[in-house]
Design a binder for this molecule. Sequence first.
Ligand code: OAD
Length: 250
Amino acid sequence: MDRDDAITLLADRLGRSARLTVVTGAGVSAASGIPTFRGPGGLWREFRPEELATPEAFARDPKLVWQWYAWRRELVAKASPNRAHDVLAAWSRRFPVFRLVTQNVDGLHERAGTENVVRFHGSLWEVSCWERCPESPPRWREDGVFPELPPRCPHCGGLLRPGVVWFGEPIDPGVLAAAESALDCDVCLAVGTSALVYPAAGLVTGAGALGAFTAEINPEATPASGSLDLAVSGRAEEVLDEVERRLAPV
Ligand code: OAD
């Protein structure tokens, strides 16, 4: 099926659906100038994300890990939501039941005004106490520039860590439950994710197993492409814009 037919099919499905769940990944923020984790531009200095986003890497060199997060916070602070974020924000009000599960920690879906966002991997703008001191809450928002890296816990003086999920760490049970309940939907759409990192990568196929129509928007094929009902080849900001134009006005 060519891209135009795929877009028509997706728009038709969406036009007949009330319950939409979208699962997003780094590709949604690519047009905002935020590099994806994998693929061209995915490296920071000579490090791969898998070498930095782990508790072991943090324990070994907290300053290095914080420098990476501080660089990403700076990039995101200067960035703005793109057309993909804006269309999804509009859909969060258009569909009677809309849930968006994002692996992104940049907060751009929220800045675009999207309702019902489940932050599967946490937030770049939150921190927690690495020592888990009893005085500090599990996580809190800290969106300023840190005068010194690594930043320190205001309660115990120990290290602060980014409020994100690292490789080898479990997803917060409440977040996992919210994401799993979002799988009960009419259409489940994966946008801009390489479908390599679990458990997030299993969400869309999980929705398919429950009866949802499943689709993916990505310029590249992913390991999930073959098992979904529809794979639309293209960039999120272009394909979502085209689908939005084909939906009947509300
Ligand atoms: P990846 O960097 O693994 O994949 C990005 C995907 O976006 C690729 O499949 C690209 O083909 C696609 N892509 C690139 N530009 C695009 C565009 N303009 N429109 C649509 N798609 C585009 O990012 P994720 O799948 O999000 O984990 O990675 C999953 C997790 O791995 C991340 O949440 C992060 C990372 O390590 C944690 O932080 C725990």
